[in-house]
Design a protein around this ligand. Structure first.
Ligand code: HEM
Length: 138
């Protein structure tokens, strides 16, 4: 005999209010993972400006790569994006290590607590990075 379950509508975005810690962990891990993939392409694009750089220009700091980096670092929005990237990377790494422990059966009974610890530690590390990324900018 088959039974039906009312899982609600997938498109009902109001359901985030009922999310458990595990659901937030799953969402944040996916979100940060894909942010990192997106950044990888940006990173490769910036690094590609170093291809074929003239050593003389590089020594004088007038090559395309140096100018690209300097131009980006001058933009305040880039500094803020760097803080966001660090937050995403730190959370993904800490939560990823937590998930790997869970996969081998370590910390199964404290999954909510370890998720909150990962969020808290990520926030502390991100806040501590602000003077470095935004130093002299604000
Ligand atoms: C020390 C570094 C990292 C650790 C420990 C880590 C850990 C993990 C783990 C355990 C998962 C699977 C989560 C699950 O069970 O659903 C995962 C998923 C993923 N990671 Fe990482 N990761 C790291 C770095 C990265 C980096 C550098 C990138 C991107 C360039 C990345 C992108 C992703 C993506 C896209 C997923 C799949 C997300 C999804 O479910 O759609 N990770 N990571």
């Amino acid at each position: 005999m088959s039974r039906t379950h009312d899982r609600g509508a997938v498109e009902d975005f109001g359901r985030w209010r009922e999310f458990s810690a595990g659901m937030w962990a799953w969402l944040l891990h996916k979100f940060t993972g894909w942010i990192l993939v997106g950044y990888l392409f940006t990173h490769i694009a910036v690094l590609s400006t170093a291809i074929g750089v003239d050593p003389g220009q590089a020594a004088a700091g007038t090559d395309l790569y140096t100018e690209t980096l300097q131009g980006l670092e001058e933009l305040l929005i880039v500094r803020f994006l760097e803080v966001g990237l660090l937050a995403a990377a730190v959370f993904h790494i800490l939560n990823g290590i937590r998930l790997l422990f869970v996969d081998i059966g370590v910390g199964l009974g404290v999954q909510d607590e370890s998720f909150y610890a990962a969020v808290l530690l990520s926030a502390v590390i991100t806040l501590a990075s602000i003077p470095t990324f935004l130093g002299g900018q604000l």
